[in-house]
Design a protein around this ligand. Structure first.
Ligand code: UGA
Length: 444
């Protein structure tokens, strides 16, 4: 059993802390946000993540996990502190590092015994170096410490499984023995460990996310071409994915990537390149295609609704940026909702868990209590988040309740033939519709 402290109770901090506690360590989670700590102490989670609430409960009951707003309390016996604070986008896409800086300063002022400071937040290359400088210059008296970069690769919605079965653990440090000690914490997970320098570790995180985002923009660009040429991108991706050099993952065409990571990280990496005098052409194209892909949905709705959505009722299934999360940060669904509302549409929506967050972000959406009540009396139905519960809807019932039989399947969840057969006018993403109509060109 090791004594760990985790700073920050967002997705990364909560999942990391809880999983380490579950592996038998003693974990104290520190957050300066009293509301979050109060919730956690009362047995509630500030976020939705499948399986996490039960795991937190189990570990707090077993006395392996506790929560505090005090760094002094949190760091009292810690040998390791994981920094898992937010790094939002600044005005030009650069990562805003105020929380990382503040955490480093407070750790420096509070630590009383040797400590390994492990950074899990996604931070620009070079951050680890200045974190070390901040710590040494803010310590009231010198205490040994080492900084290790350990980027996280968790996906929201499957974060626990991703933590427990990682593809790899990346550790970067100028102190090899500190990196080895962190590797021991991860040893029970039996994943390959890459030990490298701190800048390289920081870059591995950005390059990984940017590569996955690039695959999505790639297949989305192919989807546009497929649509015009009468091919089906879902079959194209399947046919490509069997090639071992390509693989099947992150090749689902859709409404573009969202969430708190890909959009922010691609922008931040492009910004790092730009500020060093480079022209990150591919990264810029990845972002441009992503924005275009979101616009396609509104364009399709407009085309099918006789050139205008004004005064029409458009319903949306799915508000979260992906399934199994209540997170609506950078959610493509919300971009679509804003655009439809700006064009005068009445927007109704249903999401299993993200409606509270979405109403805060886009107050004009009318929230419904089921997919069926969302679809009722609408002129078009947009399916935007691939939740399981949308897969087996009674589509005849949906169709009967709608004013017009239009469905735009933004995640290619349904069989175009089946829906057409029961009477829907169907548009997917990148599923060519062979001369039945052409997408209108133009801006929304
Ligand atoms: C992503 C990475 O997958 C994680 O490895 C990383 O740790 C995390 O960012 C992070 O940096 O913290 P996440 O944002 O939770 O995880 O979600 P993903 O499952 O990667 O999906 C991102 C977006 O891409 C979603 O909007 C999803 O719908 C979209 N997507 C994904 C597609 O449009 N097509 C695909 O084939 C896959």
């Amino acid at each position: 059993m090791r004594q760990l402290s985790v700073v920050g109770s967002g997705y990364v901090g909560l999942v990391t802390g809880t999983c380490f506690a579950d592996m038998g360590n003693s974990v104290t989670l520190v957050d300066i946000d009293e509301r979050k700590i109060d919730m956690l102490q009362a047995g509630q989670l500030p976020i939705y993540e499948p399986g996490l609430a039960e795991m937190v409960q189990r570990n707090t009951d077993a006395g392996r996990m506790r929560f505090t707003t005090s760094y002094a309390d949190g760091l009292a016996d810690a040998e390791f502190v994981f920094v898992c604070v937010g790094t939002p986008s600044g005005v030009d896409g650069e990562a805003d590092l105020q929380y990382v800086r503040a955490a480093a300063q407070t750790i420096a002022k509070t630590m009383r015994q040797p400590l390994i400071v492990i950074n899990k937040s996604t931070v620009p290359v070079g951050t680890g170096d200045w974190t070390a400088e901040i710590i040494s210059s803010n310590q009231p008296q010198p205490v040994d410490f080492a900084v290790v970069s350990c980027p996280e690769f968790l996906r929201e919605g499957s974060a626990i499984a991703d933590f427990m079965h990682p593809d790899r653990t990346v550790l970067g440090s100028s102190d090899a023995s500190a990196a080895e000690r962190v590797a021991e914490l991860y040893a029970p997970l039996e994943a390959p460990v890459v030990i490298t320098d701190i800048r390289t570790a920081e870059m591995i995180k950005y390059a990984s996310n940017a590569f996955l985002a690039t695959r999505i923009s790639f297949i989305n660009e192919i989807s546009i071409i497929c649509e015009r040429l009468g091919a089906d991108v879902t079959e194209v991706a399947r046919g490509m994915g069997y090639d071992k050099r390509i693989g099947p993952h992150f090749l689902q065409a859709g409404i573009g990537f969202g969430g708190s990571c890909f959009p922010k990280d691609v922008k931040a990496l492009a910004n790092m390149a730009q500020t060093h005098g480079m022209h990150p052409q591919l990264l810029n194209a990845v972002m441009e295609i992503n924005a275009f892909q979101r616009r396609q949905i509104t364009l399709k709705a407009r085309e099918l609704l006789d050139g205008s959505v004004s005064g029409k009722t458009v319903s949306m299934l799915g508000l979260a940026f992906k399934q199994n999360t209540d997170d609506t940060r950078e959610s493509p669904s919300l971009t679509v909702a804003r655009s439809l509302l700006n064009q005068g549409a009445i927007v109704k929506a249903y999401d299993p868990v993200a409606m509270a967050n979405a109403s805060r972000d886009v107050p004009g959406i009318t929230m419904c209590d089921s997919p069926y009540s969302a679809a009722a009396e609408s002129d078009a139905l947009l399916v935007l988040t691939p939740w399981n519960e949308f897969k087996q809807l009674d589509m005849r019932r949906v169709l009967k309740s709608m004013r017009r039989p239009i469905i735009i399947d933004g995640r290619n969840m349904y069989s175009p033939d089946e829906l057409k057969e029961i009477g829907f006018v169907y548009r997917g993403v990148g599923r060519g519709y062979n001369g039945e109509g052409r997408l209108a060109n133009g801006d929304d």
